[in-house]
Structure formats: structure tokens, C-alpha cells
Design a protein. Structure first.
Length: 272
């Protein structure tokens, strides 16, 4: 029974895509309900973060020197996929708790709840992708045919985040501290280890670079830069092997996350 349920989750997500999209829109709206600026806050915080990093590294550390392109583009293009990953992971981890009233409904399919949070994060993500493209154009680095890869890397980010979210959402029901653990030890440290603010390919030795590339988010972040700045296809050179590695890790994480989710699901309503 559990095995069939696990295998059916992708199918269930497809069958309930309209419901998931409706819930995601409502989730996005209600998140900022009651504030004067409303949904504008969803865009202000990432923009302020980008401006702070740009000021520190460009004005303070003068990282703009000896760059093939403005350092602000390097930061923006790299941090946009990280914003989505962080928002999806934070929101998805608390999905079952946020929708505890739906979890307790016998007839409601709770499989879609982690997906709802990931989909909700996607709305802002699309905006910032468009923002980064416009910024590149304004600074004289218009996108080329390589930018078509962005669709591929968006899908990579969604599936990788979704696999993690099924795992963390299930565990968070029993271990409420997990949200704080992820926020501090995964996201705050991970943003430096990915890396976002510094160029690993130029600063690290080949051996150290390989170690950093073990992080699946390195593949996605670097993929965005390949698409917008470096002009490289994901299958070029060693990229093919890292692509195979990324999907192997991602599919395993999705399988493992769904497996844990299904094993614990019968206890969700009792705990919540």
C-alpha cells in the first residue's frame, strides 16, 4: 500500500494541479495580508538583500575589479535561484503545520501541501528572473540563446526543493525546531558554501572546486550563470557528468523524502 502511494505522488500532483495552483495563490496573498504594503513585501526583502551585498562587495571589497561583467550581475544572477530555494524550503517545511486544518480532513489529499508552498515561492521567483534579465540588458549583457536553459534550471530547482520539502515537512510535524535549524545551519551557512557571493571557479583549486560542486545547489546557481553570463550549455565538458550527478542526487532525495512522508503520514493528524 505504501509503495503504491509513494509511486502515485507525482501523478497526484498532476491530477490536483489546479487545486494546488489555487491554494498557492491564496497562500501567497494571505502571507502578507494585513500589512500596508501587502504582497510588495515579497519583493522588497530580496531587493534590499541584493543591494546590501552589492554595496559590501562592490564598494567595500571592490570585487568589481578585473571582472568580465559587473559584479552586481554576478550576485543577482546567482542569488535569484537561491532566493527561490530558501523560500520553498522554509515555507515547505512548515506546510503541514500551516495547513493543519486540511491535514485533519480525512478526504483531503495532503500530498499536495508541500507542493503548494513550493509553487507559492515560484511566483516571486519568476519576477526576479525577469528582473535579472532586464538588469542584464540594461547593463549591456543581453541574453542569448543560452538563456533558454533557464527553464531547465528552474525545473531542476523545483524538483530538488520539492524532494527536500517532503522530507522536512514530515519531520517538522514531530520536531518543530527543524524550521530554525534549517534557517540557521542550512540557509545562512549554505549561501556561502554554494557559493553565491564569490567566484569559486576562480578562487578555488580544482580539488576544492570539486568538493564544492558536490552541493546540488552549486549546479543550479552555476547553471543560471552559465545561461546568463558564461554562455555555456549544461552538457559541455564535465558539465554532462555533473548533470548526471545532480539528477542522481535529486531523484534519490525525492524518493527518500516521499518515502519518509508516507511512513509518517498516518501520525500527522494525531500530532497536529
Amino acid at each position: 500500500m505504501n509503495r503504491n502511494k509513494r509511486e502515485s505522488i507525482p501523478v497526484e500532483l498532476f491530477k490536483n494541479r489546479k487545486l494546488a495552483f489555487t491554494l498557492a495563490k491564496n497562500d501567497f496573498r494571505t502571507k502578507y495580508a494585513g500589512s500596508y504594503l501587502g504582497m510588495v513585501w515579497a519583493f522588497i526583502q530580496p531587493i534590499v538583500t541584493i543591494l546590501v551585498y552589492w554595496f559590501i562587495f562592490t564598494v567595500g571589497f571592490r570585487s568589481d575589479q578585473n571582472q568580465e561583467y559587473p559584479f552586481v550581475l554576478f550576485i543577482v544572477v546567482g542569488i535569484v535561484p537561491w532566493f527561490f530555494f530558501a523560500e520553498a524550503l522554509n515555507g515547505g517545511t512548515g506546510a503541514l503545520i500551516d495547513y493543519d486544518y486540511l491535514v485533519k480532513k480525512v478526504m483531503f489529499n495532503i500530498d499536495i501541501l508541500p507542493f503548494v508552498k513550493v509553487l507559492s515561492a515560484l511566483f516571486v521567483h519568476i519576477f526576479f528572473i525577469v528582473f535579472s534579465i532586464i538588469l542584464c540588458i540594461c547593463m549591456g549583457f543581453a541574453p542569448t540563446v543560452y538563456a533558454l536553459q533557464l527553464v531547465y534550471y528552474i525545473i531542476c530547482n523545483i524538483i530538488f526543493a520539492l524532494g527536500l520539502v517532503y522530507l522536512t515537512a514530515a519531520i517538522n510535524v514531530f520536531l518543530r525546531d527543524l524550521t530554525q535549524i534549517i534557517s540557521i545551519f542550512v540557509l545562512q551557512i549554505g549561501v556561502w558554501l554554494t557559493p553565491i557571493m564569490w567566484d569559486a571557479e576562480k578562487m578555488l583549486s580544482p580539488k576544492m572546486l570539486m568538493i564544492f560542486k558536490i552541493n546540488p545547489m552549486f549546479y543550479i546557481v552555476n547553471g543560471f550563470r552559465d545561461s546568463m553570463l558564461y554562455k555555456r550549455w549544461f552538457w559541455e565538458g564535465s558539465g554532462l557528468w555533473w548533470t548526471l550527478y545532480f539528477w542522481a542526487v535529486t531523484f534519490f532525495m525525492f524518493w527518500f523524502g516521499v518515502r519518509i512522508f508516507n511512513k509518517l503520514r498516518e501520525y500527522f493528524a494525531d500530532v497536529l
